[in-house]
Design a protein around this ligand. Structure first.
Ligand code: NAD
Length: 489
């Protein structure tokens, strides 16, 4: 268990102002907003609450820094990321404690996120020196084409609370590698991890103005003028589909490049030829990571009738044995949900499924103490018309529905407006490939419940988003292609 002195020390060390043009300062209005501990409901610290004028200053600072940052040697930009990666790993214990305090996830998971977050810096630090273009002979032979890659320009980033650091580094890493300055607005629920990250980037040598952080409780009022301003050339958003659609509309005014990492509704399919232990292991990762508060969380379990009871028994045994509590305590594996609204949503969706005929195998009784706890829950016989088969649960609830044939499973899996990730478990190679081709998703977890990797292209199709983060394509989102036509001969 962490002791109160450690908690006070990490909270004391984290900057609480806005980070604009290389310095921390209060909001112009002097306003602050509270950051609460979801395990206790108590306020941990107050941070500056930006208004529209602060947002505009941040945009001006990023614009002023853009040209010189774009001109910095790629190796130098890569080395900033490498140093930041090393600092993140050196300070992982304190950073994990800070993240657990503001977000609720258990310390081990917070360390997992920081490692994942830091890996984006390591990966894109290496990619910074691999940006290249092309040279070609025109088909008629009388001219030449030179293709250049250049930074897209100032970027606006908006990130969610569920992975408060990794959702930032996934954007900041490639932006720095490509030579883009930026304004970032973290979630008002979990800004502290982003503030700590900004301080580390400064220590790693990031020039003033390249990264600006505006934490605010007035996201729309602060960000909309920046999106419509025209000085920023790209908007990258991670969050809900509803907000993403609104932002796309705003971004259309100045035709900004956009990347949208939006909601999910992942199916997890267990075929009769699956290795059931592997399937349960994968289900635990896909469902219970981050208390189920992940866009990649398995939202619907589609299990072949012949193995459904055995799978449900094994999954319920594993989920029921998890220790729920404050994430800072030893042995805790499931923390609280992020806030009262998040827990209320889970309660409502579970009740709706029960009303429509589902059965509780374990859980489904929320605690009544302080903190937004919800117990690991397994529901069986969930009808496809239940709301939780169409909406993100964002909680530790496994909803199991039985199927009989492959076509039926694929049709049910694809019956959603989302298309982020699908998981499938089978030991039959031909079926694995056939079903992978048929599933409408940007990512497939084949016999695994974890697909996120900084070296792989993360992203969704349908209403789960636009663009990819990570992998060799991740940096393209931050580069413009310019072609020079050259008369020849
Ligand atoms: P959200 O859409 O409510 O908020 C996301 C961010 O947008 C926050 O910073 C919020 O302050 C900001 N925001 C809200 N309204 C805004 C507005 N009008 N203008 C500008 N900014 C605004 O989502 P959330 O509850 O923070 O996060 C959960 C959602 O994020 C889920 O739907 C989840 O699936 C999704 N998510 C997606 C990915 C992915 O990579 N696809 C990753 C993590 C989370």
């Amino acid at each position: 268990m962490t002791n109160p002195t450690d908690e006070a020390r990490v909270l004391d060390a984290v900057p609480t102002g806005l980070f604009i043009g290389g310095s921390w300062r209060p909001a112009a209005s002097g306003a602050t907003l509270p950051v609460d501990d979801p395990a206790t409901g108590k306020t941990l610290v107050e941070v500056s609450d930006a208004g529209p004028e602060d947002g505009m200053e941040a945009l001006a600072a990023a614009s002023a820094a853009q040209a010189s940052f774009a001109a910095m040697a790629p190796r130098a930009r890569g080395e900033i990321l490498r140093r930041a990666y090393e600092l993140l790993m050196e300070r992982i214990d304190d950073l994990a404690l800070l993240m657990t305090l503001e977000m609720g996830k258990p310390l081990a998971e917070a360390k997992g996120e920081i490692t994942y977050a830091a890996e984006f810096f390591r990966w894109f630090g290496e990619e910074a020196v691999r940006i290249d273009g092309g040279y070609a002979v025109a088909p008629a032979g009388n001219s030449r084409f030179l293709v250049m890659k250049q930074p897209v320009g100032v970027c606006l980033f908006i990130t969610p609370w569920n992975f408060p650091m990794a959702m930032g580094t996934r954007k900041i890493g490639p932006a720095i590698a490509a030579g883009c300055a930026m304004v970032i607005k973290p979630s008002e629920l979990t800004p502290l991890s982003m503030h700590a990250l900004a301080a580390i980037l400064v220590e790693a040598g990031l020039p003033d103005g390249v990264l600006n952080v505006v934490t605010t409780s007035k996201a729309g009022a602060v960000m909309e003028p920046l999106i419509r301003d025209g000085r920023a050339r790209k908007l990258s958003f991670t969050g809900s589909t509803a907000v993403g659609k609104k932002l796309l509309e705003q971004a259309s005014e100045k035709v900004l490049r956009t990347s949208m990492e939006l909601g999910g509704n992942a199916p997890l399919i267990v075929f009769d030829d699956a290795d059931l232990d592997k399937a349960v292991e994968g289900a635990m990762a896909a469902k219970m990571r981050n208390m189920g508060e992940a866009c990649t969380a398995a939202n619907r379990f589609l299990v072949h009738r012949s193995v459904a009871d055995a799978f449900a028994d094994k999954l319920a045994a594993r989920m029921g044995a998890l220790v729920v509590g404050r994430g800072t305590e030893d042995g805790v594996q499931v923390g609280p949900l992020v806030n009262a609204r998040g827990r209320e949503k889970v309660v409502t969706l579970v009740q709706d499924a029960l009303d429509k005929g589902a059965t509780v195998k374990i859980g489904a009784v929320p605690g009544d103490g302080p903190g937004h706890f919800y117990p690991p829950t397994v529901l069986t016989g969930v009808p496809l018309e239940a709301r939780l088969t169409h909406e993100e649960i964002f909680g530790p609830v496994a909803a199991i529905t039985v199927f009989d044939g492959e076509d039926e499973a694929v049709a049910a899996a694809n019956d959603t407006e989302f298309g982020l990730v699908s998981y499938l478990f089978t030991e039959n190679l031909t079926r694995a490939l056939r079903v992978s081709e048929r599933l409408e998703a940007g990512m497939i977890g084949l016999n695994t419940g974890l697909v996120s990797n900084p070296a792989a292209p993360f992203g969704g199709i349908k209403q789960s988003g636009l663009g990819r983060e990570g992998g060799t394509v991740g940096i393209d989102e931050f580069l413009e292609t310019k072609y020079v036509g050259i008369a020849f001969g």
